[in-house]
Design a protein around this ligand. Structure first.
Ligand code: PEP
Ligand code: MN
Length: 263
């Protein structure tokens, strides 16, 4: 069902007027983790000033260590919803458990399936059965074909509003946190009719690489780029090394616009 052979025309996912897959370039931004109302509001406000409405933030955090910050859970979703309603934005957040999907419908505009849950088939079936767009990340050890088959699980249940996201894969390379598989973008565009996003934050794990990789993503045909922004990354409760502060985010956008690749 996700195959381009089955449906030759591009699927356009409409997020409250922000279309993904229509040939325009979109930016999704926001903190790694939701930490407080003030923190989310500050980032969202700066995004809004830049004309960006797609707000991300993690409330259920899939952390490698059980001793690391696990997220605010439902309270985090409430904060995102409140800020988004105040500023007319679109909320994207990860849900890790099939049992939480229904609860999340009241708060989210887009349900994110994270890299670690890319082959959690019960979660994929659950999000396939709801009337809410899904942002589907590639697993860090998933092949492109496995990502496509994961999306097939969602579409097979009836939900066709799916955005695929390349977020880097595990290789032997240590210079970056993961290895951004940039060729996944044209392959996914060719093989499927779904829009494709590139997460430059989790793929590189390096603040200094966010802007060049975002340019590469748009140059190769990505419909959207995701990047993490925090008012004060030094004190962030997760991903402190790679989130941009607000001034850095503004220069990131300025450089992207100057490149002509992001309009
Ligand atoms: C995220 O986007 O918040 C995240 C945890 O990313 P990933 O699932 O790609 O690691
Ligand atoms: Mn993060």
């Amino acid at each position: 069902l996700v195959s381009r052979k089955k449906k030759p025309e591009d699927t356009i996912v409409d997020l409250k007027g922000e279309k993904i897959g229509d040939g325009s370039q979109r930016i999704v931004a926001g903190p790694c983790s939701v930490e407080s109302y003030e923190q989310v509001y500050e980032v969202a406000k700066s995004m809004k000033n830049q004309g960006i409405r797609l707000l991300r933030g993690g409330a259920f955090k899939p952390r490698t260590s059980p001793y690391d910050f696990q997220g605010l859970g439902k309270e985090g979703l409430e904060i995102l919803r409140r800020v988004a309603d105040e500023l007319d934005m679109v909320v994207i957040s990860e849900i890790v458990s099939p049992q939480d999907v229904e609860m999340a419908l009241d708060y989210l505009d887009v349900i994110q399936v994270g890299a670690r849950n890319s082959q959690n088939f019960e979660l994929l079936k659950e999000v396939g059965g709801v009337d809410k767009p899904v942002l589907m990340k590639r697993g860090m050890s998933s092949t492109i074909d496995e990502l496509i088959k994961g999306a097939e699980y969602i579409l097979a249940k009836g939900n066709e509003n799916i955005i695929l996201c390349e977020r880097g894969i595990r290789t032997y390379e240590k210079a970056t946190r993961n290895t951004l598989d940039i060729s996944a973008v044209p392959i996914l565009k060719k093989e499927t009719h779904l829009p494709v996003m590139v997460d430059v934050t989790h793929s590189t794990g390096r603040r200094d690489l966010l802007e060049p990789t975002a340019r590469a993503a748009f140059a190769i045909g990505a419909d959207a780029v995701m990047a993490e922004v925090h008012p004060d990354p030094a004190v962030a409760l997760s991903d402190s090394a790679q989130q941009m502060d607000i001034a850095q985010f503004e220069s990131f956008l300025d450089s992207l616009r100057a490149s002509g690749l992001y309009k």
